[in-house]
Design a protein. Structure first.
Length: 126
């Protein structure tokens, strides 16, 4: 190791120039930041792929997600992207059929077209 003397004659080891240390810290910080951004994008992409799954599979996976993740990732935005649909005001409703409550028959939405108004309510009354 190379030693130097100051004006008073004290022996010391010279320090590396400040810009070198600063640049090295900045590079390290940028690498960490890039890694965190890549991990955030990867987890967001995985969540989006999960949201595209059928509802039963989606429910099984999302039930295991820890609560704080709902604050860290854009769940609502990803949900709208995955499940938003293409129906606009004035469009014909997509056709579907459902089983009646007593499970004796199936009802198709298109069977009501042109005969009477239909109000669809999806939700829970608990």
């Amino acid at each position: 190791m190379l030693l130097s003397r100051d004006r008073q004659g004290a022996v010391f080891a010279p320090r590396p120039p400040v810009p070198f240390v600063y640049n090295q810290c900045m590079r390290t910080a940028l690498k960490i930041l890039a890694g965190l951004a890549a991990a955030y994008l990867l987890v967001s992409a995985v969540l989006l792929a999960i949201m595209w799954q059928p509802p039963v599979r989606f429910a099984k996976v999302i039930a295991k997600v820890p609560g704080p993740m709902f604050m860290l990732f854009p769940f609502e935005t990803l949900w709208r992207l995955a499940r938003g649909g293409q129906v606009r005001p004035g469009d014909t409703a997509p056709d579907f059929d459902l089983q009646t409550l007593d499970k004796t028959a199936r009802v198709r939405l298109s069977s009501f077209r042109g005969s009477e108004p239909v109000v669809l309510i999806f939700g829970s009354y608990t």
